[in-house]
Design a protein around this ligand. Sequence first.
Ligand code: UT7
Length: 326
Amino acid sequence: MIMSRILGTGSYAPDTVLTNQDLEKMVETSDDWIVERTGIRERRIANKDIASSDLAFEAAKKALKAAGMKASQLDLIIIATVTPDMMFPATACIVQAKLGAKKAIAFDISAACSGFIFALAAADNFIKSGLYKNALVIGAETLSKITDWTDRNTCVLFGDGAGAVVIGPSGNDCGIRSAHLHTNGKQGDLLYIPGGGSRNPATAFSIESRMHFIKMRGNETFKIAVRALEEVVNEALDANGLKASDIDMVVPHQANLRIIQATAKRLGIPMDKVVVTIDRYGNTSAASIPIAIDEAVRDGRIAPGKNVLLEAFGGGLSWASALIKW
Ligand code: UT7
């Protein structure tokens, strides 16, 4: 069977930095609390006139350049995002137009923080089936636009950014070896935005009730995340006949440094094999994994032949892992 592999990566984050010290002036919080409980020191925030597609476009251009591919060669563009530019058209269609990727089909995937792995798995299957050859997979978020800046429980956590990968058929045994995806809609109310959709469309009441912002029961989500991530990583290892010690680099979703550390500890994976960006970007939802991948590719931690494991957990609830032989 044809396998797909990552041919190039790129990422982009807005220049504006919001530090924990800045947040101390906005809500009742402290740098000490944020660093100790989350590992976050600063995050990037998009200007008012910047939308997710703008970040996605910048990341995509870099990924295409790294892959040595022209936008006109793309057959497929998938964007994972919970902060689309608008209800429709899909943000992926907006990016298709910006790139001039005329022959590509484009659509979005909504799987919150697990979205990038869901999108990668979808693109991988299109390539494996032989239907499409070259795909651009992006995670792009402007979470600052859906963050309640008066709620200290959530506003210290999130940031903006985008990461992209170009994938295409692999000529050898390197590539995406497996993807394991899970959802549990029964626990959807742990992490969600109640307003703006067809259940609670925008009204004066929905705005007054702050329904258009992220709501999260963080502590409960935390505990479920650690268990689910351990399970889904073991699923990937078992499916590939690998042990934790065979993994060269783990790229986790960056929600909380304590979740990342607890998962690594449960699996017996040392932290020097784990890519961490949360200190500088916070939680960028679907963008966090491709941003971290790009960073580790560019500094050489991810290199050809290495076993790279992706893991994510987020709203839905959704969780996922993918095993890539780079
Ligand atoms: O990305 C997708 C999935 N998301 C996650 O996986 C996130 C999972 N959850 C978390 O990362 C953590 O639960 C949080 C970072 C959100 C919170 O950390 P926690 O250790 O679970 O704290 P907590 O919610 O249990 O709150 C502990 C205390 C509370 O005060 P009391 O009730 O003990 O007096 C909070 O009010 O910390 C207080 N608190 C804060 N204090 C200072 C909550 N937020 C803040 C804050 N600054 N920003």
